[in-house]
Design a binder for this molecule. Structure first.
Ligand code: FES
Ligand SMILES: [Fe+2]
Length: 333
């Protein structure tokens, strides 16, 4: 396991899988470099360390039998409390157990925590609970990126011109935009007053007249983008960044849209189709960042005038204080 995780990340709650991913077979995942197995016992998800106490085989390569998980090597079975309940071929059962992790199911995701004493569950964006919206998940594979830099990337308004040219914003003529920035110990919010027909390909096709776009950070690992027209929310994207390993992050993306614009299946399809190239472009630049940093080790980053939320991500994820601060600035986007 990495020695370098900030405590809020190391001891924090992170998603391991979507509830809908977990059926009759166990799932093997990683959390902060630790292999974890997920399975269902009496219908409920269970998460435990993915190591058989007998000879260290991966329990996730085994099978679920009668609400227990059976190791693929000699068949020892373990119950939802982690205790061994059967050694095939013997009446004796050794007093050994696999460590079970505390879990919570929120927002359709199974969250777990590696800390002995779990901290309070992180604040989730309220949009996720709004029954007037259509919600759906976008599950993507983990890729090479640094956790906090990935969160910053999602909330950074100054890279799309370069990394996603024409997708999100036109690149020829930038527009002056008033940005209201609020920072504080609970997170960060940047409200971009667009008040114009967005000129990127995606917003043109999907939204029309965009009034504001909002980026929010919920510590330690959640980012949210919200796009509004005069009629209200058009779409929001909440991403929870799960640290699987050093420089390996699995984002769990949750879209929320206003009901009734189009059938939910169509919105789901369109949003995934449009966002896939953006995801690939961001994955590429974040992997390039990891590679570039291999030559330099730990370096301090310069903070630029358009780096509105990134510094707050680093502060709060590292349990450093973030003073309450509100300011209005102009960016040309
Ligand atoms: S290694 Fe798991 S039962 Fe032997
Ligand atoms: Fe991006």
């Amino acid at each position: 396991m990495s020695e370098t995780w900030p405590i809020a990340i190391r001891d924090g709650w992170h998603p391991l899988a979507a509830l809908d991913e977990l059926h009759g077979k166990p799932i093997g995942r990683r959390l902060l470099g630790t292999p974890i197995v997920l399975f269902r016992s009496e219908g409920k998800p269970v998460a435990m360390l993915d190591r058989c106490p007998h000879r260290a085989l991966k329990l996730s390569d085994g099978r679920v039998r009668a609400d227990t998980i059976a190791c693929p090597y000699h068949g020892w079975r373990f119950g939802a409390d982690g205790r061994c309940v059967e050694v095939p071929g013997s009446d004796a059962v050794p007093a050994v157990a696999v460590r079970v992790l505390p879990i919570e199911v929120r927002g359709g995701l199974i969250w777990a925590c590696l800390a002995e004493t779990p901290p309070p569950f992180p604040r989730l964006p309220t949009l996720l609970d709004d029954p007037t919206l259509d919600h759906f998940q976008w599950l993507v594979a983990p890729s090479q990126m640094r956790l906090l830099d990935a969160i910053e990337n999602m909330l950074d308004a100054s890279h799309p011109h370069y990394v996603h040219p024409w997708f999100l914003r036109g690149t020829k003529k930038r527009k002056a935009m008033r940005v209201e920035l609020s920072l504080g110990p609970d997170g960060a919010e940047a409200i971009y007053h667009e008040n114009a027909r967005a000129d990127g390909i995606m917003p043109r096709l999907l939204e029309g007249e965009r009034t504001v776009s909002i980026g929010r950070y919920f510590p330690p690992t959640i980012g949210q983008l919200e796009f509004r027209t005069a009629r209200g929310l058009s779409v929001s994207l909440t991403a929870i960044f799960a640290p699987e390993d050093n420089d390996l992050v699995r984002p769990y993306a949750l879209f929320s849209t206003r009901k009734g614009i189009a059938p939910a299946w169509l919105k789901r399809w369109v949003l995934k189709a449009f966002n896939l190239p953006l995801l690939r472009q961001d994955q590429r630049v974040l992997a390039d960042q990891v590679e570039a940093l291999k030559d330099w080790g730990a370096v301090d980053f310069a903070i630029g005038p358009a780096d509105l939320i990134g510094p707050t991500v680093w502060r709060l994820a590292n349990s450093k204080p973030q003073a309450v601060e509100q300011r209005v600035t102009t960016l040309y986007l």
